[in-house]
Design a protein around this ligand. Structure first.
Ligand SMILES: N[C@@H](CCC(=O)N[C@@H](CS)C(=O)NCC(=O)O)C(=O)O
Length: 192
């Protein structure tokens, strides 16, 4: 199985950590989607033009969440229940809004301006982080490995890119500290 991704993407990192923890062998290939060559590969396999995507069993599997489900089915690993799926949706919404704002900043917009699009993203980020912080103290969250991995990747990416001040979210901060020294975390650190 070939996983196309980049070291800095929190979505790619989820899959890499998940595979490391389950001894699933991946041929991980880094793709610079802003280079001509990287874009050509991206366009060839993924019309959504996003990372990650997986090539396996003669097909392309697109989107980290779909890849996770594909791996869970293929290797008979536990699936998320509905309440965990909902939390994943909330977590993804937070991550997606942060990606949108980062792309706006890179396009030289002032994302602190009082504009509908920026206000919607900022509101969503604050609300989803609040819910994740609350739910982080509950077993429904902490009993699901894929959610935990996804949460860690989000929190570490927020720090890595200096996107949001997390100090008010004490449960998230505590969770982050518990996870940061694990081997799989170190092996996939985008700073390394
Ligand atoms: N829902 C997708 C989101 C993936 C995503 O947003 N990937 C970013 C990298 S972190 C990307 O490829 N962005 C390229 C773009 O937006 O043009 C997933 O879970 O895989």
């Amino acid at each position: 199985m070939i996983l196309y991704g980049s070291d800095t993407s929190p979505y790619v990192r989820r899959i890499r950590i998940y595979c490391l923890r389950h001894d699933i062998t991946l041929d991980y290939r880094k793709l610079d989607i802003f280079s001509e060559e990287g874009r050509a590969t991206l366009h060839q396999y993924n019309p959504a033009r996003k990372l990650p995507f997986l090539l396996a069993d003669d097909q392309a599997v697109l989107d980290s969440n779909v890849i996770a489900r594909y791996l869970q089915q293929k290797f008979s690993l536990p699936h998320l229940n509905w309440s965990q799926e909902n939390l994943l949706t909330i977590l993804n919404a937070c991550n997606d809004s942060l990606v949108e704002l980062l792309l706006c900043q890179r396009s030289e917009f002032d994302t602190n301006e009082d504009r509908l699009f920026f206000n919607l993203q900022r509101g969503r980020i604050a609300e989803t982080l609040k819910v994740l912080d609350q739910r982080c103290q509950e077993n429904v969250f902490l009993n699901c490995e894929y959610l935990q991995i996804s949460l860690y990747c989000l929190l570490d990416w927020i720090r890595f890119r200096d996107l949001f001040d997390l100090t008010a979210y004490s449960a998230l901060e505590q969770f982050y500290d518990q996870w940061r020294s694990l081997d799989e975390i170190r092996l996939t650190d985008p700073r390394a």
